[in-house]
Design a protein around this ligand. Structure first.
Ligand code: CP
Length: 326
């Protein structure tokens, strides 16, 4: 992609540029707000960027002169590094903020913190926060493009986009693909964003876990509910296995981790017993030996590291397309 390639332009494989449509949103706050056409545009753009980052020269000048702040008020490995790399691959200027060593510890508010960062001429803010709605709060009160990198138990839109992009690369379409989301559905922003996205794009979705970790009325989102992992694994083409989020649990939802693993843990022997070869996903971080055994996580059916690889291309696409909407 040439220097003159601005946001809103796509790059053909011959290096030439062609016009493409824009996202219907200024911010990426959640999958709930996106149209299927937005999601398709992000996938198409991600495919282009996946090609770009597999070239010897991985960097393009698309976001030169754009400054992005990565503001993480909650721990992260994958999302933070993936956004930072995506921004650098697009030639953006990048600043990183972590609340644990910031003036938040002295009592500064979220809005004051972000407004001080924006005063330094920052254009886009990637924010992770433990409070659901924090990115929406900022989007309503600032001029920057806001990207939700995970807000409490609410949404994690780029995770759902990279999960679905990984399925799409394998199956060619999301329509009719059967995805079982297995584990702690109640506390999972990944589950909710995945459900919204997969339903919008025509996939079939089942949630599975202990009854205490499945929200009441989940079926109103158009998903099936199943309490038996064996039934869920036999039904699905793709198992997206989620972590037990002990840090968000202020009460006991099951007797012990050992019993959780006994009834809901997935191992290689269970995968081998199925009469089809399913794809195993996990957003990370994995509690090895709890929701997923090492022999399943590291098996040839696992696409966990492909998800991470795709995350960079998907986040490049999101940043690029949102910058084009300014
Ligand atoms: N999947 C995910 O959000 O991982 P991190 O918490 O490490 O960013």
């Amino acid at each position: 992609m040439g220097r003159e390639s601005g946001p809103g332009m796509a790059i053909g494989s011959n290096g030439q540029e062609k016009l493409m449509s824009k996202l219907s949103v200024k911010h990426l706050l959640g999958i709930k707000d996106l149209l299927p056409e937005d999601i398709q545009l992000i996938f198409d753009t991600s495919s282009t960027f996946k090609e770009v980052i597999n070239r010897p020269i991985k960097k393009v000048p698309s976001l030169r002169d754009i400054t992005v702040a990565n503001m993480f008020f909650e721990n992260s490995t994958r999302t933070r590094l993936s956004f930072e790399l995506a921004e650098k691959r697009l030639s953006a200027d990048v600043i990183n903020f972590s609340s644990s060593n910031s003036s938040v510890k002295k009592g500064e508010t979220l809005l004051d913190t972000v407004n001080n960062v924006l005063a330094m001429k920052v254009d886009m803010v990637v924010v992770r926060h433990s409070s659901p709605g924090a990115p929406h709060f900022l989007a309503a009160r600032t001029k920057a493009n806001i990207i939700n990198a995970g807000d409490g138990t609410h949404e994690h839109p780029t995770q759902a986009l990279l999960d679905a992009f990984t399925i799409l690369q394998k199956y060619g379409s999301l329509k009719g693909v059967k995805v079982a989301i297995i584990g702690d559905i109640l506390h999972s922003r990944v589950a909710l964003s995945n459900i919204f996205l997969l339903k919008k794009m025509g996939a079939e979705v089942m949630v599975c876990g202990p009854n205490t970790l499945i929200p009441r009325h989940i079926e109103s989102l158009g998903v099936k509910k199943e309490l038996s992992v064996k039934v869920a694994l036999n039904w699905c083409d793709v198992a997206n296995v989620l972590r037990i989020q002990l840090e968000r649990q202020d009460t006991r939802y099951f007797p012990s981790l050992r019993e959780y693993t006994q009834f809901f843990g997935i191992n290689k022997a269970m995968l081998d017993s199925l009469d089809k070869r399913i794809m195993v996903m996990h957003p990370g971080p994995i509690n090895r030996g709890v929701e997923l055994s090492s022999d399943a996580a590291d098996s040839s059916q696992s696409v966990i590291l492909e998800q991470v690889e795709n995350g960079v291309a998907v986040r490049m696409a999101v940043l690029y397309l949102l910058a084009g909407n300014n």
